[in-house]
Design a binder for this molecule. Sequence first.
Ligand SMILES: [Mn+2]
Length: 319
Amino acid sequence: MKYQAIREAIEKADKISLFRHTHPDGDAAGSQLGLKEWILANYPQKDVRAVGAEHFDTYPYTDETEDEFISGSLAIVTDTSNSERVDDQRFKLAKEIIRIDHHPVVETFEDQLYCEPQRGSVCEYIAEILMGEDFKGTVMPKKAAEYLYSGILTDTLNFRTSDCDASTLKNAARLVDCGLDMNELSVRMFDVTQREFFLRTKIRNHFEYEDGLCFVKLDKEAIGEMGITASDAKIMIDEFGQVQDFKIWAVLAYNEETGLYDGSLRSKYGYIVNLIASNYNGGGHDCAAGIKNLSEEDVENCRKDLLEEIRRADKNQHK
Ligand SMILES: [Mn+2]
């Protein structure tokens, strides 16, 4: 009966607004739109809006939503650990707020919180909730299953991250059973355009290696030459993800709008980057975090902190 209260809140509400984090990734947009499709399939009379200003390629839309709608609604916030990061701060207007997440808990801003940081994606967690005991008698429509499955694929990089386990596969398998085409979704999520391929080839040339750290700094000139923004650069972090010697890898890119650097940090299991990220206006998971607004000096300090983390973790392992 752990999730009975979610079901009751959904059944009670005529209006439901769904929120996720800014710069949405597949897990953020997938959980939001998956929930929307699921609610509409099971409760077609409800008015459900996916809220958020930013769009993510493979997920086409969010809904126009007025303040009055939100203030009379149940808000469900997914995949977001701090209130500041919710895409559209009007979530605060809602009558009741439920948050479902898989980030370490750093803040509570909701009436009901369901958070399991050991999960590789919030989509997997939501799939388990919606297909579990407390939601008996409801259906998982194919469309919702596709969104949720795509979120699992994005956050686990196609089941490759260290937080994948039997439950990830079980929940993914149950979604596949709803009739989705695994191969088609995988191609849709991971095939890149020729331009992206070109940029990825370029960015690889910018790496510097030192003692287990792969550090990519794209300064103003490099960003200009590639014709991309800092956020385009940050998402190419996964280019550096499958290298034996890299214990931590980082992409820091010059942001034309702020004149400062934004970045992404990733690490192998056992190396922790989110504590460092919290010192550079960011946060996230143990092995995946974001940072922003770093000066040139911060960039160098961050590089030192990451090297220090590698030394710390290596020392602990050899005890
Ligand atoms: Mn996520």
